[in-house]
Design a binder for this molecule. Structure first.
Ligand code: SF4
Length: 326
């Protein structure tokens, strides 16, 4: 098999494996091209290389993504992992797919595989899933600040692809997030989804989304400095595992925490800052680029500033080299 074709086959295998592992099988059945794409993925995960080559040759980066219902394959080696990662898999809510997104507007399978998986081995994805699942267990037990018993229903850890290139960090869970257990689920969450999916042409489940603070502050108030200080180690631990290239900080608390500054979001937004992922001391560890922008909840109150956020996101798109975005 030609090297390029072999690489393509490998990428499809990675995508298939990670989707199967992470439960990302929410693609609707019956969309145009379903059967072709399904058989392509099945072949990528199994045999029939010549047929695979033929189909892959038709597909190229930038063509519309075909929607697939990939089959669930299980083997005995999965069973131990299944138990360990069950908690994290549960973090993929079925309702995150927003209505009204044009499936033809998304990147194709190969582009998705490239930016979602970075060509990393499936083992790396599995290790990251396991590490995040362990962290989630620790967060569930956390009583470092008073927020754990001030009316919140549950800890809201984070959601998304564990080996993504891009992480969005917000402030704290609100009422919807507290009720459902996932970050950015209300009106602000819908806006963030639109920013990610319509604007950046990424799938929401291929990015990672979390907050600085994991428990809902009473009455949705802004978390205090003490609460942020108590909780930020959980965030740094998440970021250290995921090791994204880009972090988009949404609003002042997230930005000020990640950049360890008191400067306003209005002054900082739209610029890249290099940050070390090892923690708030800003030394050591892998480096990511952080781009602050306005929080979607702020945009709901100040829609005129959506243009500024779109300008910011275009910088992120350019930095990531995402093709086919508006
Ligand atoms: S907000 Fe964070 S630090 Fe405070 S109890 Fe919840 S998880 Fe722990």
């Amino acid at each position: 098999m030609e090297p390029e074709m072999e690489a393509t086959r490998r990428r499809l295998q990675l995508l298939y494996e990670s989707d199967r592992l992470l439960g990302l099988r929410d693609w609707p059945v019956g969309s145009p091209g379903t059967s072709t794409a399904r058989s392509t993925i099945q072949q990528a995960a199994g045999e029939d290389a010549p047929a695979m080559s033929k189909k892959v040759a038709k597909s190229s980066p930038g063509t519309p993504r075909e929607h697939v219902s990939a089959p669930v394959k299980r083997n005995s080696a999965d069973s131990g992992l299944d138990n360990r990662v069950k908690l994290l898999i549960e973090q993929f809510p079925p309702e995150i797919e927003p209505p009204g997104i044009d499936p033809q507007g998304r990147p194709d399978l190969l582009v998705s595989a490239r930016y979602a998986l970075k060509g990393s081995p499936v083992d790396v994805v599995k290790l990251k899933v396991e590490a995040l699942a362990r962290q989630f267990e620790q967060v569930k037990q956390c009583q470092r600040c008073g927020l754990y018993n001030q009316g919140c229903k549950q800890k809201v850890f984070g959601v998304g692809h564990p080996d993504t290139r891009i992480v969005f960090v917000g402030e704290a869970p609100g009422a919807d997030e507290d009720r459902i257990g996932y970050p950015f689920m209300g009106r602000a969450g819908k806006l963030l989804t639109a920013m990610v999916e319509k604007g950046m042409k990424l799938r929401r489940e291929h990015v990672y989304i979390c907050n600085v603070v994991k428990c809902r502050p009473p009455e949705n108030r802004t978390p205090t400095t003490d609460e942020i200080t108590a909780c930020q180690d959980h965030l740094w631990a998440q970021l250290t595992v995921i090791e994204p290239e880009i972090i988009v900080s949404l609003g002042s608390p997230a930005t000020q925490t990640l950049l360890s500054t008191r400067d306003s979001i209005g002054r900082l937004r739209g610029q890249f800052f290099e940050i070390h992922l090892s923690g708030s001391d800003l030394t050591g560890g892998p480096v990511a680029k952080c781009l602050p922008t306005y929080h979607p909840a702020y945009l709901l109150r100040n829609p005129d500033d959506k243009k500024k956020v779109w300008e910011d996101l275009k910088k992120v798109i350019a930095e990531m080299g995402i093709p086919g975005s508006a």
